[in-house]
Design a protein around this ligand. Structure first.
Ligand code: NCD
Length: 322
């Protein structure tokens, strides 16, 4: 039987965090409750001892600034330390041909958890299968999933609206290749009566399989092709960049990028007073910086901050169990 990461089922200790499939709304509640406590720890400026004596390896085969920085800061906020392996394909034994499985088996001997980002979907699961002693946390596997991003996205939506059901959302950009989109749709499907409008160039629509999968899980998906068709007063907008590194060519990217842009005008026409404007970042032109000062724009404020609180909570739960 093929390896599947275990369901959380209220117990985080020692579990790999690979996919939103492992979570129930109850698990997400446990995480949110602890994240609120982490917010206080982060704010009070005193060193915390939650991860005292613990080491977390951050092994990133793909560029990252936010996720890498946020995981690193989370470990340090809790009094732990990190071993940072950036671009192992260039700088480590991986460049000599070491397999991923061997790399994981080696690093797990040094630490208490491993956070991995990799360009190939499914790699985090392979790492989790290889690791015998420490939990693996998926920090993004190709076009697959990005579970910690979704947990922070859900936290941000919940903070604003006080619920994760009966939401109307908008997701825009590279829906075919965006792992943050894929995980968030799985996350939203854990709750009832959510509707998501999907807007992308037709070349970057959700794959047929994904569309069917998320629909069967219970999210109502409505594909649209023009900004004019966006619903008014949605609860959230989730804009994403075209994933240049997943496309065939630079020309292909140039022709697809920035078809849909958040402008002051669009916000005035379509957003309501409670709509939040989200983006996993990095943005590369999809949101006019003039929108940044709008109080509804959370991509550079609470969304980023919640990322650290959520990762602090998750690391604490998988490493210490509380
Ligand atoms: C996202 C990613 O890496 O998938 N970034 C992030 O982790 N915040 C989104 C992206 O790169 O477009």
């Amino acid at each position: 039987m093929s390896f599947e990461p275990q369901k959380i089922n209220g117990k985080f200790k020692g579990k790999d965090i690979i996919s939103l499939d492992q979570f129930s709304p109850k698990d997400i509640d446990i995480l949110f409750r602890l994240a609120r406590k982490m917010k206080v720890i982060a704010a009070n400026g005193k060193p915390s001892r939650v991860l005292d004596g613990k080491i977390v390896t951050l092994i990133f085969y793909e560029p990252s600034s936010r996720t890498f920085g946020s995981f690193g800061a989370s470990v340090k906020q809790l009094g732990g330390q990190t071993v940072d392996i950036l671009n192992p394909q260039v700088f480590s034994s991986v460049s000599k041909g070491e397999t991923l499985e061997d790399t994981i088996r080696v690093f797990e001997a040094y630490c208490d958890a491993i956070v991995i980002r990799h360009p190939v979907a499914g790699t985090a699961k392979i790492a989790a299968e290889a690791a015998k002693f420490v939990p693996i946390l998926n920090a993004g596997d190709g076009i697959g999933e990005h579970p910690t991003q979704t947990l922070l996205d859900l936290c941000t939506i919940n903070e604003k609206h006080g619920r994760l059901n009966k939401l109307t959302g908008v997701m825009v950009g590279d829906l075919l290749n965006g792992r943050t989109v894929h995980s968030l749709l799985k996350g939203l499907s854990l709750y009832k009566n959510n509707t998501v409008y999907l807007l992308s160039p037709k070349e970057l629509k959700l794959s047929k399989e994904d569309f069917r999968d998320y629909s069967l899980r219970g999210v109502k998906l409505i594909e649209i092709s023009k900004q004019e068709e966006l619903p008014k007063n949605a609860d959230f907008w989730y804009w994403t960049r075209v994933q240049k590194e997943r496309l065939k060519s630079l020309e292909n990217y140039e022709s697809l990028k920035n078809r849909f842009i958040v402008t002051k005008n669009l916000v005035n026409q379509k957003a309501g007073k409670n709509t939040i404007i989200m983006h996993p970042l990095p943005r590369v032109g999809e949101i006019d910086p003039i929108v940044d000062s709008d109080p509804r724009a959370v991509y550079l404020s609470s969304q980023v901050r919640n990322g650290m609180y959520i990762r602090m909570a998750l690391l604490s739960l998988v490493i210490t169990g509380k």
